[in-house]
Design a protein around this ligand. Structure first.
Ligand SMILES: C[S@@+](CC[C@H](N)C(=O)[O-])C[C@H]1O[C@@H](n2cnc3c(N)ncnc32)[C@H](O)[C@@H]1O
Length: 231
C-alpha cells in the first residue's frame, strides 16, 4: 500500500516510518511512503503557502493552489491515484472501521494542515475528511501518523499473526467491543493476582470468561459501544 503525505514537515516522519512494524512494513514492501511539501509549490521568492483570510480574522490560512499542486505532483508520478484524506478537526472521527476500509485501498494521500487550517476550496479536491478527535492540534501530522499506524498494522503479513488484529478492542470480529483484561507473569504482584480461570488451562472456560469480560468492560467503560451494537 502506498502512503502519500502532504506536509510542511516531512522530517517529522523520519523515525516514524523507520521504526517498529511501520519500519518492517517498509522493509518488506507492504507499505511505501512518499512525502510532498506544499512549500515546493509555494508562491514567490519565499515560497509562501499561506495567506491572510478573506474577510479578516486571526491567523493564516493554507492556500488551495499549493496544496492541490502537491497532491497533483504526487499523482503525476504514480500509477494509481491516491484516495485523498484531509486531516481536520472538522472531519468524521477516525475509528477502526475506517482503518479497515482504508487498509483495503491501494494508495492513500494524507493532507496535513497547519496554521488556522485550509482554504475551504481544498475540500473540492479531496475524497474524505478525518478527525483524530474533538480537540485541536497545531498540525495534521500526528493525525496522519495515527491513520498510518492503524492502517499499516492491518496490512497482510505486517503483524505476523492475523489473529492479533481480530482479537482486540473495536474489532468487527469481536462485535466492536473492548478487549478483555490481560495478564502476564508474575502471577502475584503486591497483592494483585490473576483470575484463577486464566491459569487453569481450560480453553472453553477461558473463552467464556473473556467473552463475559469484554461485555462487562465495554458496559462499564464505553456503554456507547454496546448501544451502537444494539442498533
Ligand atoms: C490549528 S488546526 C486548525 C483548526 C481550524 N482552525 C478549526 O477550527 O477547525 C491546524 C491543522 O491541524 C490539524 N488538526 C488539528 N486538530 C486535528 C484533529 N483533531 N484531527 C485531525 N487533524 C487535526 C488539521 O490538519 C488542521 O488544519
Amino acid at each position: 500500500m502506498r502512503f502519500d503525505v502532504v506536509t510542511l514537515f516531512p522530517e517529522l516522519f523520519g523515525p516514524f516510518v523507520a521504526t517498529s512494524f511501520v519500519g518492517r512494513a517498509v522493509e518488506t514492501g507492504a507499505a511505501t511512503f512518499r512525502f510532498e511539501s506544499p512549500r515546493e509549490h509555494g508562491v514567490g521568492k519565499h515560497r509562501s503557502v499561506d495567506d491572510t483570510p478573506y474577510g479578516g480574522g486571526s491567523g493564516m490560512v493554507m492556500r488551495v493552489d499549493c496544496l492541490v499542486a502537491a497532491l497533483e505532483a504526487l499523482d503525476a508520478t504514480a500509477t494509481t491515484r491516491a484516495h485523498r484524506v484531509l486531516l481536520t478537526p472538522q472531519g468524521r472521527p477516525f475509528d477502526q472501521a475506517r482503518a479497515i476500509e482504508l487498509s483495503r485501498r491501494p494508495a492513500l494521500a494524507l493532507v496535513c494542515g497547519r496554521y488556522e487550517g485550509f482554504d475551504e476550496r481544498v475540500r473540492s479536491f479531496i475524497d474524505e475528511e478525518l478527525s483524530l478527535g474533538d480537540f485541536v492540534m497545531t498540525g495534521g501530522e500526528v493525525a496522519a501518523m495515527a491513520v498510518i499506524e492503524a492502517t499499516v498494522r492491518l496490512l497482510p503479513g505486517v503483524l505476523g499473526n492475523e489473529d492479533s488484529t481480530r482479537d482486540e478492542s473495536h474489532s468487527p470480529e469481536r462485535d466492536g467491543l473492548l478487549e478483555y483484561a490481560q495478564y502476564t507473569r508474575p502471577a502475584e504482584f503486591r497483592g494483585l493476582g490473576v483470575p484463577d480461570v486464566l491459569k487453569g488451562g481450560h480453553h472453553g472456560e477461558i473463552a467464556r470468561h473473556r467473552a463475559e469480560e469484554r461485555r462487562a468492560r465495554t458496559g462499564a467503560r464505553r456503554p456507547d459501544l454496546l448501544a451502537k451494537k444494539a442498533t
